[in-house]
Design a protein around this ligand. Structure first.
Ligand SMILES: Cc1cc2nc3c(=O)[nH]c(=O)nc-3n(C[C@H](O)[C@H](O)[C@H](O)COP(=O)(O)OP(=O)(O)OC[C@H]3O[C@@H](n4cnc5c(N)ncnc54)[C@H](O)[C@@H]3O)c2cc1C
Length: 507
């Protein structure tokens, strides 16, 4: 890749601009940003890959912005150019199929904005509600640390917190709190967005609502989120955390739905998830004394189902929470309670980071991640268990996969937003979170295709979450009745199809 000088136009009095030439085409970039756009091999390499390690796309340059103005300049210049270049905001690149990449375009390293002060500001009051004004580049772990210091917290999370606010709000942001509080996109008051025309717009449900709804779950298609006003509430300092073991899927899912339907004030349990246990050799997360028994149950049943739930409390509510949980657990039918922990709130929310450190140490973090995340309507979940968990995973020996499965309510989502979910009041998410070698990720990818084919044949109307689709037709199918609105808003806010080309929806 070569950087060379060029003259833009006589109208602008022969202003010097930079032109970046890649193997296939040249792009002209704004001269004002020449010191902030890098083309050195390290910057290009880092922007050409992601957590998936499956897709590689080479940009022409990488912008390290120091202000929101830089984003306006970059996008505005492309929008006004006769040959626009594509632009992808990159949070922490935790996508798995190149969603934050831009072939021959410009990748924006959003974390570069972190250097500015005041990018997490807490405001509001008890009467009108608290909030945090947070830069789109901020990590949720930093939002957590800043808010708990003031006794406050966001209400909806992802399992892993080293993800950016802009990155998760472009998808949905789901975790064990979603059944109660909705996804992260439902817990935002206001956004600042630099649109595909290079205009900075403040939007909310009340002002510029079309942009607000489009951007939330909008896969980066309508603008770059530079600030999000996140809903906060008082934080409880401690968490009671349980895992209940099941050998039978129907009992497991019935109990999940029982927990989800608890209708009390204050609402609880605060967190509800579930996962499969299929590998007797991967029980490091469980107390050593329980491991032999769990391992022998896995050998006997093939799959065990682990319901995971947690409730937040403080000194004042400790006893009443204990009593309520005791009562509630009486209505459940697990084989055993295999895990009871009492931890701090931060320790609980940041639990996946502990696994990350172990995997990094073993060299198993920066490897391919052929993931598949689905939303499955409740009417199909039993067939999904038989056809996918038992007949594909177990029979074909995909037993080392991390597989999450838990339910949520459709009415906790806002259908005006771009995120797409199944058309039933209760639906489940299933996450197949495989890590593989560089030479065999296709084996897992083929297994994922087989899962989708099974659902198609069985008539289970699943929706992909964090999904990539191979063709525009598949995207149209994915959006279903929302496609026309999604397309209209793209024409309105990013008419030159500049933003987030790596999603491969319009590019
Ligand atoms: C270990 C791990 C655990 C995860 N756990 C969960 C989970 O529990 N729940 C969940 O919902 N997701 C989870 N995810 C998925 C995660 O939410 C998405 O991959 C998310 O996109 C990652 O954020 P990022 O900041 O790395 O975004 P990137 O991968 O950098 O970007 C993702 C997309 O968003 C766009 N984008 C990035 N920043 C902005 C911005 N400021 N404005 C507009 N568009 C932007 C990009 O262009 C791209 O299209 C997990 C991912 C990993 C790797």
């Amino acid at each position: 890749m070569v950087a060379k000088l060029n003259f833009q136009s006589l109208q602008t009095c022969l202003v010097l601009i930079y032109m970046f030439t890649s193997s296939t085409m040249s792009i002209t970039l704004p001269p004002d940003l020449k010191d902030k756009i890098q083309i050195d091999p390290d910057a290009i390499k880092a922007a050409s890959t992601d957590y998936g390690h499956i897709v590689t796309q080479t940009p022409a340059g990488v912008l390290f912005p120091s202000s929101v103005e830089d984003l306006k300049t970059l996008i505005g210049f492309s929008f006004n150019s006769s040959v626009p270049y594509t632009i992808a905001a990159k949070g922490w690149g935790h996508s798995v199929h190149g969603e934050a990449m831009a072939t021959n375009g410009v990748v924006v390293e959003m974390p570069s904005l972190v250097k500015n002060s005041n990018r997490i500001v807490i405001g509001g009051d008890k009467a009108s509600g608290f909030y945090a004004d947070v830069g789109g580049e901020q990590l949720w772990i930093d939002v957590l640390n800043a808010t708990v210091q003031k006794g406050l917290t966001p209400v909806s999370w992802t399992d892993y917190l080293y993800l950016t606010v802009g990155g998760t709000l472009s998808n949905a942001g789901i975790s064990g709190q979603t059944h109660l509080r909705g996804p992260q996109i439902n817990n935002v008051y206001e956004l600042d967005v630099v649109t595909g025309k290079g205009e900075l717009v403040t939007c909310s449900k009340q002002a510029n609502s079309e942009l607000f709804y489009a951007v939330l779950g909008g896969l980066g298609q309508f603008g770059i989120i530079t600030r999000a006003r996140i809903v906060l509430e008082p934080a409880n300092p401690r968490v009671k955390w349980f895992r209940l073991l099941y050998t039978d899927f129907d009992t497991f899912s019935e109990d999940q739905e029982t927990l989800m339907s608890v209708n009390e004030s204050p609402q609880f349990p605060n967190y509800l998830e579930g996962q499969l246990l299929m590998d007797p050799n991967s029980l490091d997360d469980y107390p050593p004394e329980d491991r032999p028994r769990i391992a022998s149950l896995i050998k006997q049943y093939g799959i065990l189902y682990v319901l995971e739930t947690a409730t937040y409390y403080d000194v004042g509510t400790k006893h009443s929470v204990n009593k309520k949980l005791h009562q509630l657990f009486k209505s459940l039918s697990p084989l055993a309670n295999i895990y009871t922990r009492d931890v701090t709130y931060v320790e609980f929310l940041n639990r996946v980071h502990t696994d990350e450190l172990i995997l990094r140490q073993k060299g198993l973090w920066d490897v391919p991640h052929p993931w598949l995340n689905l939303f499955i309507p409740k009417s199909g979940i039993q067939a999904f268990n038989n056809g996918v968990f038992k007949n594909i995973l177990l029979k074909q020996n995909f037993t080392t996969s991390i597989v999450l499965v838990y339910p949520m309510y459709r009415n906790k989502w806002d259908d005006n937003m771009s995120a797409v979910i199944p058309d039933e009041e209760i639906f489940y998410t299933a996450g197949f979170l495989d890590a593989s070698g560089f030479d065999n990720w296709q084996v897992f990818d083929n297994k994922n295709k087989e899962i989708l084919e099974f659902c198609d044949k069985a008539g289970i109307k699943v929706k992909k979450y964090l999904g990539f689709h191979d063709s525009k037709g598949e995207w149209i199918n994915h959006f279903g009745s929302k496609w026309k609105t999604f397309q209209d808003k793209k024409n309105q806010f990013d008419p030159k199809k500049i933003l987030s080309p790596g999603q491969k929806i319009f590019n």
